[in-house]
Ligand binder design. Structure first.
Ligand SMILES: Cc1cc2nc3c(=O)[nH]c(=O)nc-3n(C[C@H](O)[C@H](O)[C@H](O)COP(=O)(O)O)c2cc1C
Length: 193
């Protein structure tokens, strides 16, 4: 019997017609076997304020508690984000900061797949590199290969926001499979199913 895994997806863009949100949604049809996924929204999180965090965790705003609760159910996290000014978008970094504090942080020791989409040419490379110190601090293990850097995103989705580029579908599928494999590897289990 194969073990069931649950992924939680986060889009780093709040924009209604975001390419990154489209890419995240396309993951639902590309998940490995025995894996489910839900999306955690970061749009309602207030700006990080340590006065409402440790040690007074009961003061955490409700959207923060809900965000942390969803993340705590995740065996793996899928982050799909644009690059803002060569780095991580502020809203996404804010969400990571809210989820990062305390020994009960739902990010500590987690396993992450990171992707990015842009209509530009360089495919969010610098945003992805900027995540590595964050992963290191939180002892997060990320999938290194394959990397998913979707450039010219405006050519890769149809008018309904469906991913139609076969090479992109293939690499996203492989990265999600690599996330599953890394989770099992770190648990010392063999992949089944
Ligand atoms: C504040 C801001 C900063 C940006 N900085 C970069 C950047 O550093 N590199 C890049 O390739 N694109 C940059 N862009 C363009 C984004 O890649 C583009 O807006 C993209 O569509 C955003 O992703 P989304 O469609 O998921 O919202 C920037 C856009 C904004 C709004």
């Amino acid at each position: 019997m194969a073990a069931h895994l649950h992924f939680v997806g986060i889009s780093g863009s709040l924009r209604k017609d975001s390419w990154n949100t489209m890419l995240l949604k396309s993951c639902f049809s590309l998940l490995p076997s025995d894996v489910t996924m839900e999306v955690a929204s970061i749009g309602d999180l207030p700006l990080y304020n340590a006065d409402n965090d440790l040690p007074a965790v009961e003061q955490r705003p409700l959207p923060v508690k809900q965000f942390r609760d969803i993340l705590s159910k995740a065996d793996g996290i899928v982050i799909v984000s644009p690059e803002y000014n060569y780095s991580i978008p502020g809203g996404l970094k804010n969400a990571i900061d809210w989820a990062s504090r305390g020994t009960d942080s739902p990010l500590l020791n987690k396993v992450v797949a990171l992707m990015g989409a842009t209509p530009g040419l360089w495919g969010t490379n610098k945003m992805q590199v900027a995540f590595h110190p964050v992963f290191q601090f939180l002892n997060i293990r990320s999938v290194y290969k394959p990397e998913v850097l979707v450039n010219q995103a405006n050519k890769k989705f149809d008018d309904n926001g469906i991913l139609i580029d076969e090479m992109t579908k293939d690499v996203v599928k492989k990265q999600l499979e690599a996330l599953k494999a890394l989770i099992f590897q770190l648990r010392g289990e063999k992949i089944q199913g």
